[in-house]
Design a protein around this ligand. Structure first.
Ligand SMILES: Nc1ncnc2c1ncn2[C@@H]1O[C@H](COP(=O)(O)OP(=O)(O)O)[C@@H](O)[C@H]1O
Ligand SMILES: [Mg+2]
Length: 270
């Protein structure tokens, strides 16, 4: 790709492919990751909410990177629109059980599993991403599962991740009992101006350059335009890099960001 060569980059800096060890984890996000790690160690449940594109799924990746592999078995499920049956298939996987076709069969299998669990040292963690999309009947089953205890500790940790409305749903009377079992309640907010600058530098560095590719004015406008949502920022910053390369620029200023923003908006219209 020509634009990468122009900027002396080895990879697209704002792409989705990020090695776990290259994730951007400033202290504010580290606190969220640490709380999730702690919840898993305590065998309790957690909820993480935030607006689209703020970096929730990346926090889960950081969690996976941080939890010792030997003590935990993580299962990630992001197709939250699953019906109950498919949901149980995933769950069986989380618990290392042979998939069962019916809810009843799963419960028998889980009971057996609990009996056999005595010496088990591996704790299953079920990561449910896009949890705002969960069907109500699945949510109700989650409650039963979260209740299922062995030795007064839950059999598995549920980590629900979703848009802010996930929390509103859990607050409804019919879901209150599940809500009351989720002790770790976290949210990540939009990136602040300082975060945006740090994030851009971090990602450029991991793509091969420590040069100030974006002027500080350009970064200020990128921040304003992306409203603290990293996915938006990725998109706009990439357009800027491509446009800058096309015009053989040495760095990206505010005007170019404004132009990239217009081009992105036009693309959206088509
Ligand atoms: N901690 C992070 N480190 C590096 N990139 C990130 C991080 N958080 C978010 N991003 C970038 O923002 C994009 C959206 O993040 P994601 O976690 O998918 O958001 P959400 O799950 O909240 O919608 C990712 O594809 C990635 O490029
Ligand atoms: Mg996500």
């Amino acid at each position: 790709m020509k634009w990468l060569t122009h900027w002396n980059l080895s990879d697209p800096p704002f792409g989705k492919d990020i090695a776990d060890q290259n994730l951007w984890v400033p202290s504010s996000r580290k606190r969220v990751v640490d709380s999730l790690v702690e919840a898993c160690h305590e065998r309790s449940h957690a909820l993480l909410v935030g607006e689209p594109g703020v970096g929730k799924t990346c926090v889960l990746r950081a969690l996976r990177h941080q939890l010792p592999q030997a003590g935990f078995r993580l299962t990630y499920c992001h197709n939250a629109t699953l019906g109950r049956r498919d949901f149980y298939r995933h769950l069986c996987q989380a618990l290392d059980l042979t998939p069962k076709a019916t809810a009843a069969a799963v419960f028998y299998a889980i009971s057996d599993h609990v009996k056999a669990l005595g010496s088990e040292r591996v704790h299953p963690v079920f990561l449910l991403d896009e949890a705002h999309l969960l069907h109500q009947d699945v949510l109700e089953h989650l409650h039963i599962l979260s209740n299922y205890e062995w030795d007064a500790r839950p059999l598995l940790s549920l980590v629900l991740v979703g848009l802010p409305e996930t929390q509103q749903r859990l607050l409804l009377a019919k879901n209150r009992s599940l809500w009351s079992r989720i002790h770790t309640r976290l949210s990540i907010g939009e990136a602040q101006a300082k975060d945006t600058a740090e994030y851009i530098a971090h990602r450029l560095k991991h793509a091969g350059t420590e040069r100030e590719v974006f002027s500080s004015d350009a970064i200020a406008l990128l921040h304003e335009a992306s409203e603290g949502q990293l996915r938006e920022l990725d998109r706009l910053a990439t357009t800027c890099l491509k446009l800058g390369a096309k015009h053989k620029l040495r760095s990206i200023d505010r005007d170019l960001v404004a132009r990239a923003k217009r081009e992105d908006a036009e693309d959206d219209e088509h």
